[in-house]
Design a protein around this ligand. Sequence first.
Ligand SMILES: *Cc1c(COP(=O)(O)O)cnc(C)c1O
Length: 462
Amino acid sequence: MINIQPRLPATTAKTVGELAFKYYKNTRQGVQKTNNVVYLQDFRSLLNSSDSDLYDALAGEEYRQRDGIELIPSENYTYPEVLVLLGSVFTNKYSEGYPGRRYYGGQEFSDIIESLAIERAMNLFKAGHANVQPLSGSVMNQAVYFGLLEPGDKVLAMELSHGGHLTHGAPASCMGKIFDFKRYRTDPKDGSIDFDEVRKQARRHKPKLILCGYSSYPRDLDYAAFQSIADEVGALTMADISHFGGLVAGKVMNNPFDDGFDVVTTTSHKSLRGPRGGMILCKSKHAKAIDHAIFPGLQGGPHMNNVAAIAFTLKQAATAEFAQYSRQVLQNAKALAQALLEQGVKLVTGGTDNHLMVLDTMASFGLTGEDSQVLLDSIGITVNKQIIPDDPLPPLEASGVRLGTPAATTRGMREQDMRTIAGWIVRTLAHPGDIEMHQQFKLESETFCRNFHVPGGQDFKN
Ligand SMILES: *Cc1c(COP(=O)(O)O)cnc(C)c1O
């Protein structure tokens, strides 16, 4: 329970419930706190009658997510409570500024949810400060660059085809035009990060910021090694843990703050299982620069429905259940990788230590990533095509696919299920022309999915 007293001198309420109850009473004398006093409950049938096209698309997407195996490593099934908060009246509220320092009135509840989110984020990640307002992972990273750098400053980041993300200064991105991104490459022998190479590039370019973190690299990171190189050349350190923020929260992957990092960014919708959004965590000495870069630097009003849903997500991420979930995500990834390797599939870096792996479909099956993705879609397994290190093919074709386990694990799938899935994947990609077999697998995978509940979903009846 947070103490709302300091921020709300005009009230005698000591808890959020007491404060809220004043409003319930003002609205309608005597209503129970648990009742929804203002809004209708049945929003779905309302949508069905007012816009049936959108209703049908929503229902179709629900069935698609229920009846397929979701292996895109950046996706997950969020909590039903997150869906409630996202669809709530917090979306009506303008809250430009930060708790206690807003530009509009009516902030009692907005201040509470944002303070809760900030406090929970700081505790969960052991950060000196947290900003929970970024509307996406992309603007979150932009805010760090604008907050800590001047246009033209050098940033040393991972080569994009070796695992780095678009927002790490891809030439096509605006950030790539505004800041001067230099690259470190992975070891061509085993695909791992080569710290002699990182040090060499750092000494050569003298960057103001060294950035690590990735979206397609299947290993954990040695933050102490990055930090010592940064100290040597006088650079700030930033880790973008967007993909594996949940696994750091669940304490199954390293926390960059343990090795003295300046800034950590993470999305809230990937392994953390929350709403779409971003968070910037940093040492307290960077708090002002980061907050200023988000608002008024890059954004106007924060999406308070999203902030509320992030606050909920962070409370869950601190529980023992979530730590157990995180362990299972890694065990499932190991089991999936092992089963694929045993069947002769080539994986970038030869395996995984995290939640994802990259299959070299060209080397393993002579198929592009695009063709593999389409084939797997046809049997009810959703993946994404992925460029591999120094890929000769363009990103829309690519030589590989990326697989990950956060979503499947949320539905309760375990190691033996990963072996079943690996069997479908290998036999489909090894026999791309056997349509009859693909149809059979589609039926099998759909039946298989019925063993696994969708969070907040109905039980299977049809
Ligand atoms: C997903 C991701 C982002 C960007 O997130 P969006 O919400 O899609 O903008 C940034 N960095 C990394 C490493 C990511 O994986």
